[in-house]
Design a protein around this ligand. Structure first.
Ligand SMILES: Cc1cc2nc3c(=O)[nH]c(=O)nc-3n(C[C@H](O)[C@H](O)[C@H](O)COP(=O)(O)OP(=O)(O)OC[C@H]3O[C@@H](n4cnc5c(N)ncnc54)[C@H](O)[C@@H]3O)c2cc1C
Length: 549
């Protein structure tokens, strides 16, 4: 059986213990919370921190007393780092994580594809970082527990939820008894086996993939650099696939595919894992002693809810969708869900936007999931061919790639990318967007640019809406200063950023007087080659959920 990486067994991670604190409801106090977040996994915690960043208090419920145990996400993409930066956590993250830019795929032992992820001095963050999910969660928990607007209730299991006219009532079970928690809105972030989803009778729909992987983490001292290595038909695992990733603390992730029909129970025996991992390490020339930290079984799914909003409940992360890990998507997608759901919910709760704003959550984030399904199903089928015919074609492509460039693009693992909300009801002025010859389009997330020594464009974003104005003299004209003052949303002021750097302007396709209107989650609501204040006002209204003018 897989050995649990319990706090007493882990070779490198000190699992924290979080106490149960009896909540006021257990003493009979009736409270209606503005927002309840169910699940203190990475997605629920990110949502809670984003709500708090916009001044909204929330209560977070989780049934366990520590961070998630075992080995889960390790590859965290640049766009998630940009989210971490917004939440004030990127420095801690970068100090521990291993940044990387490239990878190699092998057919047998011969290299057939070099993965080069775009990276330049214009970026604050590497395209990808390896960091164990336990650390990601620990950083998020520390920040959430230190925030006066967030109350985490550990060891509190949600067993039921019912929708009321005024929100939702959540049944919570604790060691000191059960209680009912009332909230105007609920963010469901309770993971793949979501109790909220089950209680509301909302099925996940989609596909399960053939192919099964053993995921093993080992402690090994090695000087091999941080990159992704994928082996197809290697001598250590003939007829199937192996992935190798370096993690901090001298921990290495070895994923190997089981052969069709191979009994899972046998494959999960410790001696079997030791033998298979040993053969893989020998193949890649690792001779140092090593130890097993954790192992488990993984199968890929593309499953999602039909709608991520159900009345006052917004589903996020694995509670809303299960995506294959190939191409590093689950946690990365979930963090983007959290940010999207939380700023919208904060604006609605403050009364800064109509309830209708929440209707945009599902089309935007479910749209992102469907794109991930499309990309991930291609990389998953390449990693674990579903049929004999597919497998013959895959192997032919790999064999051809030994000699020719022609089939090499097929080996690309199609790593996680942020989604562009171009079809969102919040994105406007497509006609203005088309006037640009370069730069991120309306609906896309901002791209970073270096503006000076250690200073990048995304550093300057405020918590609310921002406007980027391009002017050679670096000054905001007085009529736009007045516009910016007007665009503040009650409690949250509008942040004006003026870019004078010619290279940054060119990258944004901007000329003197160009303007980008940016949402709190870094996505572009609309852009103008020549700013039109009346259109900016209208685009902001639309980005807040008003119907198009
Ligand atoms: C082997 C493996 C490798 C992966 N690698 C990657 C990767 O490299 N990159 C990537 O982006 N993703 C990866 N993923 C996916 C990633 O781990 C998940 O997508 C991520 O954990 C989802 O976060 P979440 O917060 O939505 O759910 P979870 O992390 O599952 O958190 C849910 C939380 O809800 C709590 N909870 C559940 N039920 C209840 C209840 N009834 N009451 C109260 N609390 C409850 C749980 O205790 C938990 O804390 C990987 C996953 C696996 C399994």
């Amino acid at each position: 059986m897989p050995r649990p990486a319990h706090r007493d067994h882990s070779l490198y991670f000190d699992y924290p213990h979080y106490d149960f604190v009896p909540p006021p409801e257990l003493g009979g106090k009736a409270i209606t919370h503005d927002a309840a977040v169910i699940g203190a996994g990475p997605v629920g915690l990110a949502a809670a921190l984003e709500l708090a960043r916009h001044g909204v208090s929330c209560v977070v419920l989780d049934d366990k007393d520590t961070v998630n145990e075992g080995s889960r996400a390790i590859c965290i993409a640049r766009h998630s780092l940009e989210i971490m930066q917004q939440l004030g956590l990127s420095e801690r993250f970068v100090a521990k994580a291993l940044g990387w830019t490239h990878g190699t795929s092998y057919y047998g032992t011969q290299p057939v594809y070099r993965l080069e992820m775009p990276h330049s001095a214009e970026e604050r963050f590497y395209p990808m970082y390896n960091l164990q999910q336990q650390y990601v969660e620990k950083y998020l928990v520390d920040a959430a527990m230190a925030h006066r607007k967030i109350e985490i209730r550990w060891q509190s299991r949600v067993t039921d939820i019912s929708l009321t006219g005024a929100g939702a009532t959540v049944a919570v079970q604790t060691r000191a008894g059960g209680y009912a928690l009332s909230a105007r809105y609920v963010i469901a972030a309770d993971g793949a086996r979501s109790a909220v989803r089950r209680q509301l009778d909302l099925p996940l729909k989609g596909d399960a993939y053939e192919g099964c992987y053993v995921i093993a983490d080992v402690r090994l001292k090695s000087s091999y650099p941080t990159e992704r290595r994928a082996f197809f038909n290697s001598p250590a695992n003939p007829d199937s696939t192996v992935l190798i990733h370096r993690q901090p603390d001298n921990i290495w992730r070895i994923d190997y595919q089981l052969l069709p029909g191979e009994p899972e129970a046998e494959a999960l025996k410790e001696e079997s894992v030791l033998g298979r991992v040993g053969a893989i390490l020998e193949m890649v020339g690792e001779r140092s002693p090593w130890e097993l930290e954790w192992w488990s079984l993984y199968k890929a799914y593309t499953l999602a809810l039909d709608d991520y909003r159900h009345g006052p409940v917004l589903f996020t992360g694995d509670a809303a969708h299960l995506v294959p890990i190939f191409g590093v998507r689950g946690l990365n997608s979930g963090l983007a869900d959290a940010m999207n759901a939380a700023w919208k919910l904060a604006y609605v709760l403050h009364g800064w936007a109509p309830e209708r704003l929440l209707d945009s959550y599902s089309p935007e984030r479910r749209g992102a999931t469907l794109e991930v399904f499309d990309l991930a199903s291609k990389s998953t089928k390449f990693m674990t061919p579903p049929t004999r015919g597919y497998r013959l074609m895959r192997d032919a492509a790999l064999a051809l790639a030994l000699k020719s460039d022609l089939t090499r693009p097929l080996i690309n693992p199609r790593q996680s990318q942020p989604y562009t909300y171009s079809k969102s009801p919040l994105t406007s002025f497509a006609n203005r967007d088309r006037e640009f010859g370069a730069g991120p389009i309306a609906g896309a997330p901002l791209v970073n640019r270096r503006l000076g020594e250690g200073h990048f464009l995304l550093d300057d974003l405020g918590p609310g809406f921002s406007g980027i104005y391009f002017a050679r003299d670096g000054r905001l004209p007085s009529h736009l200063e007045r516009l910016a003052a007007e665009l503040g949303v009650d409690g949250e002021k509008f942040t004006s950023i003026v870019v004078s750097d010619p290279a940054a302007s060119a990258a944004y396709g901007a000329t003197e007087g160009s303007f980008y209107l940016v949402r709190p989650d870094r996505h572009i609501a609309a852009r103008w080659r020549h700013v039109e204040p009346s259109e900016v006002r209208s685009a902001l209204r639309q980005a807040l959920g008003a119907s198009p003018a």
